[in-house]
Design a protein around this ligand. Structure first.
Ligand code: ATP
Ligand code: MG
Length: 492
């Protein structure tokens, strides 16, 4: 137990005051109890409701001063060596008399071998006591401990359900334990219980709920939003090269594969014209790999937290690391870190924070950044090695357009075989995926007045009436293609 030896070490160093901030009261008391056994020191606990009790075996005579002042007076006057754990004393710290009494106890604590431990969910000592104190933080449960916890919860369910079996998908169990990392034991237990008690099983279906609950426990300021709605790569037409690239890296990223000295995939940048499916592809990476998708909200960083952008960014990135393995989605990254000087350097500093983190991070956080304006992208971000690859998402070719028609028709319960996909693909040259989808949606509205279902003819007339964006934006698109030729890899 590393926590016990850490506490033992602190007590042995004769530091008179120890502050432990934790919501895990029982767990901490257990650790202190172990430390008291090792050190052969009496262990007392005080709460305002129960007074002071000796908790270790030893001399069982009860001492029960209840009032805060009484207990301090008691510790001071008995001079008995011991670990005095004051639970929730933070309410009474500000009282000048208490402060003075604690100081006196602390000043003589070394000689008398008295250690006062303050245990509260949150506790900050007044300045004049701080130099006499050490702060101790409970370590978060290890993977092993989490696995035991899940097993324990499963065992409880079996007992309550009169020995029915819990169905456990091994891979999902591994992922569940990964998902619980970063939480305290009680929190982890609660989420494990939610996962098991609804259906007596641990399956992949539980994972999004668990990730979402964890996110809401950890995410205090909303810079990272949890995207519940992920997609699957089969929802994305085309992008074959990108899909293959992701498939090859999946097992290494999830830590299942034989690592063979391969580096953990870091991330990709998807560059391309509007409506090409970049955002959709980002969602699909998370969905296909079965990991949570977290989206960085640049708007909140710049507006809501103006002036603390960097700190919030660092906190958000740390939070992403505790959610690992996960996908961190930086959508329309040029809006966050555009190289403009108009914001007093805020976006430059944000970029700096991001790049430093990218270079140092060790955990499985896969970045998917998307952008459609290359001119405002800072060259530092594009430098080789920051991200693994830059993919260019061009307009879909003929075959891909057929696929996209087919995907979106099916999605709306229409049978693609009832449409002339070749003709539709021919007519939609220069259309983006979003425009193809839009044509189907508009077609369905038109059809409502006539035939009830969308027909090929209605769809064709809808397409003919559409002017795709790429025609209007021809110059920009040509420029982007030219730029992308030597610098990026085609996603299709
Ligand atoms: N390759 C594709 N396959 C299937 N659907 C697509 C494809 N491309 C676009 N779509 C459809 O168009 C919608 C909008 O696309 P998406 O938002 O992903 O584009 P984008 O490249 O992120 O555009 P923007 O640059 O405007 O953010 C998607 O939700 C999807 O329904
Ligand atoms: Mg987008």
């Amino acid at each position: 137990m590393p926590d016990t030896s850490e506490i033992v070490r602190l007590i042995q160093s004769r530091i008179p005051l120890i502050v432990i901030e934790s919501k895990e009261e029982l767990q901490v008391l257990d650790i202190i109890s172990k430390a008291s056994t090792q050190l052969r020191m009496p262990f007392y606990r005080w709460t305002v409701t129960q007074g002071l009790y000796r908790l270790d075996g030893g001399n069982s005579r009860h001492q029960t001063p209840r009032e805060p002042e009484e207990v301090l007076h008691h510790i001071w006057s008995t001079k008995i060596s011991g670990l005095y754990t004051l639970v929730d004393f933070h309410h009474y710290l500000e009282e000048p008399k208490h402060m003075r009494m604690i100081k006196e106890i602390a000043l003589y604590g070394e000689k008398r071998r008295q250690t006062v431990i303050f245990l509260s969910h949150q506790c900050e000592l007044p300045d004049e006591l701080n130099h006499l104190a050490a702060y101790f933080q409970l370590s978060l449960p290890s993977e092993n401990k989490l696995m035991q916890t899940v097993a324990h919860v499963a065992g409880q369910w079996v007992k309550e359900e009169k020995h029915r079996k819990v169905h456990i998908d091994k891979e999902a169990l591994q992922m569940l334990v990964q998902n619980l990392k970063g939480l305290t034991l009680t929190e982890a237990k609660r989420l494990a219980r939610n996962a098991i008690y609804d259906d007596g099983a641990i399956s992949k279906n539980d994972l999004p709920e668990v990730a979402k609950a964890k996110h809401s426990l950890l995410n205090k300021d909303g810079v990272l939003s949890f995207e519940y709605d992920t997609a699957h790569l089969s929802d994305v037409g085309g992008l074959a090269h990108l899909k293959k690239w992701l498939e090859q890296r999946k097992s290494i990223f999830l830590g299942n594969g034989n690592q063979n000295g391969l580096d953990l995939p870091k991330g990709i940048l998807l560059l391309g014209i509007q409506g090409g499916g970049k955002s959709l592809a980002a969602k699909a990476v998370a969905g296909t790999w079965g990991v949570p998708l977290l989206r960085m909200d640049f708007g909140a960083l710049f507006n809501k937290y103006f002036g603390e952008t960097e700190r919030r960014t660092r906190e958000a990135l740390k939070m992403a690391e505790t959610m690992a393995p996960c996908v961190l989605w930086l959508d329309e990254i040029e809006k966050g870190i555009a190289t403009s000087d108009s914001d007093n350097g805020t976006s430059k500093r944000l970029l700096g924070t991001l790049l430093t983190w990218m270079a140092e991070r060790k955990s499985a956080v896969f970045i998917v950044a998307t952008a459609n304006d290359i001119q405002s992208l800072p060259p530092e971000l594009l430098r080789k090695g920051r991200l693994d690859e830059i993919f260019f998402v061009d307009l879909p070719d003929r075959e891909t357009r057929q696929l996209i028609f087919s995907i979106h028709l099916k999605k709306r319960a229409l049978n693609p075989a009832a449409f002339d996909l070749e003709q539709l693909a021919d007519l939609t040259e220069l259309f983006s995926g979003a425009e193809i989808e839009q044509a189907i949606v508009a077609g369905m509205y038109s059809a409502m007045g006539h035939a009830d279902q969308l027909t090929n003819d209605v769809l064709v007339s809808e397409i003919i009436a559409t002017q795709p964006l790429s025609v209007v934006m021809k110059e920009q698109i040509d420029y982007m293609r030219e730029w992308a030729r030597d610098r990026t890899v085609p996603a299709h």
